[in-house]
Design a protein around this ligand. Sequence first.
Ligand code: TRP
Ligand code: SF4
Length: 400
Amino acid sequence: MYAERVLSGMRPTGSLHLGHYHGVLKNWVQLQYEYPCLFFVADWHALTTQYDDPQGIVDSTWEMVVDWLAAGVDPARATLFIQSQVPEHAELHLLLSMMVPLGWLERVPTYKDQQEKLENKDLSTYGFLGYPLLQSADILIYRADKVPVGEDQVPHIEFSREVARRFNHLYGREPGFADKAREAVKKLGSKRARRYEELRMRFQQQGEQAAVGQAHALLDEAHDLSHADRERLCGYLEGTGKMILVEPGALLTEASRMPGVDGQKMSKSYGNTITLREDATSVTQKIRRMPTDPARIRRTDVGDPDKCPVWQLHQVYSDAACQAWVQQGCRSAGIGCLDCKQPVIDAILREQAPMRERAQPFLDDPQLVRSIIADGNSKARHLARETMRDVRQAMGMDYR
Ligand code: TRP
Ligand code: SF4
């Protein structure tokens, strides 16, 4: 009923690394060819833990956006914006905060986890508890049905679904809903109306899920139906009332196995990263200094790739022929570790070359980035305002 729409956000962490690229950005770049996409910098979310350093957040935001563009996120396809520049997120967050039970927030698994992880910071704040609800507002305000996230964020998407359901339950039943819905059925014309009623019965009495899809298809064909009537008919069909906010679904991004230069998962906090646009000398040095199979002390010792972090990089970067060369050469001491590392170095530099190239105009003229974001902010804001208009109206708080 609503157009399919992808939305995702990232907290500003400054320059991104290859783990972000393989874990998130490559996926975003792919999605922008398949769906209308909105990607935003979650600067308010950063503020929940970094409230003592807003300037750091702002600087990181600009750096991160350059990396998005470098990775191939295309502002001509996707809308790129900054959360705090669309203040409607805050308005929806406030309204939702009135109806969401505290217990729901306290039970979100990331709440206690994160508090314990960052125990040197006072996170017994109102904003930090509300983190998942702010995220719900981010999603619901665009009626996004597809939210690409990693596994750790799935509870937040589930939470957002519950929030949407609660909102629709509380405010989706306008006065005289059933009468208005029956009026809307008549407007379908007698043939479609009969078919709609039949499908509705099949769903409500026999629980036939396929009937819902067929009824939606039928409504899609009824072009002269008003937006409000279409909404009513969707709600009436499933017995849920009017759907004001759309329940989102997670688009689970497969966990990236991107290892850092020490074999652990690549992460800023482990200090084992290679940044997206790191210069070639530094990349070469980091790979050449990588630890290898500890049993391979001398060039003549045989090794076992399964015990070597370099092999993990070959699994990301090398084709079958190269991988076979590594396996054979390592296990027979036919190749040295520096020989083995060279194809990885070459592959990373090859991957980075177009990123460096795409970033250059934005480094030369930061105003370009500003204007991409200004454009995205205003597009996003336009969509957010539409939803807020419906939300206020559903609550009867539009004072018209
Ligand atoms: N919490 C997300 C993270 O840490 C970032 C985020 C904020 C987000 N709002 C969102 C992701 C909305 C998807 C949709 O990664
Ligand atoms: Fe690791 Fe390659 Fe050396 Fe084997 S040859 S230990 S896989 S770096």
